[in-house]
Design a binder for this molecule. Structure first.
Ligand code: E4P
Length: 217
């Protein structure tokens, strides 16, 4: 499963990309607003920090303007993926941009029916929002499983990008459910590395090494 970072903070992305574990980035208008600064400059910096896909979202609500915005975003860097909302107009724009050879990410997906339409529109990625479904008592991870089953049944190539991740358990569940990628807030990416038994085990190993009188290797 690919790991994307869900943030528009270019400095954080650069720092985490140093692990070699970051396969891509997703942004959205809220994350861009939070990061501040000039949108295109920030996006350029993000695209330079990672080799993989960087989703940048349109803000228009009609297909013609979404397409124009998408074409403009695609001039920022080769690894830009045009992110479009799962609306009637967004699906129209997705089909048009796909036909022109642009990669797309259809976002704000909350049902199998929506995911089916995103695949039929030729989306490169579909982004089911797990956390927002869980927030209102629904089964976010179950949605990933059901979309996986439908895509496999019909051979759709649209990649399932699990989004709205709230916990390490969401990442693990997405992997188990067959998501192709998971976009993760940096704080949760850091938590994925941690385990109390890792910390305790390392402390014991280093203590025993020191007690043996051996120095640096
Ligand atoms: C996905 O691409 C979105 O940027 C993101 O995952 C939304 O998550 P949220 O529900 O935490 O805002």
């Amino acid at each position: 499963m690919q790991i994307f970072l869900d943030t528009a903070d270019a400095a954080l992305i650069s720092a985490h990309a140093e692990t070699g574990l970051v396969d891509g980035v997703t942004t959205n208008p809220s994350l861009v607003a939070k990061a501040g600064g000039d949108f295109i400059t920030g996006l350029t910096n993000i695209c330079a920090a990672v080799d993989g896909p960087v989703s940048a979202e349109v803000v228009a609500t009609d297909a013609a303007t979404m397409i124009a915005e998408g074409q403009k975003l695609r001039t920022v860097a080769d690894n830009i993926v045009v992110k479009l909302p799962l609306t009637f107009e967004g699906l129209k724009a997705c089909a048009a941009l796909t036909a022109d050879g642009h990669p797309t990410n259809v976002t704000l997906c909350f049902s199998v029916a929506q995911a089916l339409l995103a695949a039929k529109a030729g989306a490169t990625f579909v982004s089911p929002f797990i956390g927002r479904l869980d927030d209102r008592g629904e089964d976010g991870l179950g949605l990933i499983q059901r979309i996986r089953a439908v895509y496999d049944e019909y051979g759709y190539e649209t990649r399932i990008l699990a989004a709205s991740i709230r916990s390490v358990e969401h990442v693990e569940g997405s992997a188990l459910a067959g998501a192709d990628a998971c976009t993760i807030p940096p704080a949760i990416f850091e938590k994925m590395i941690q385990h109390d038994l890792t910390d305790a085990g390392l402390a014991a190993f280093l203590k025993d090494w020191e007690a043996s009188g051996r120095g640096a290797i």
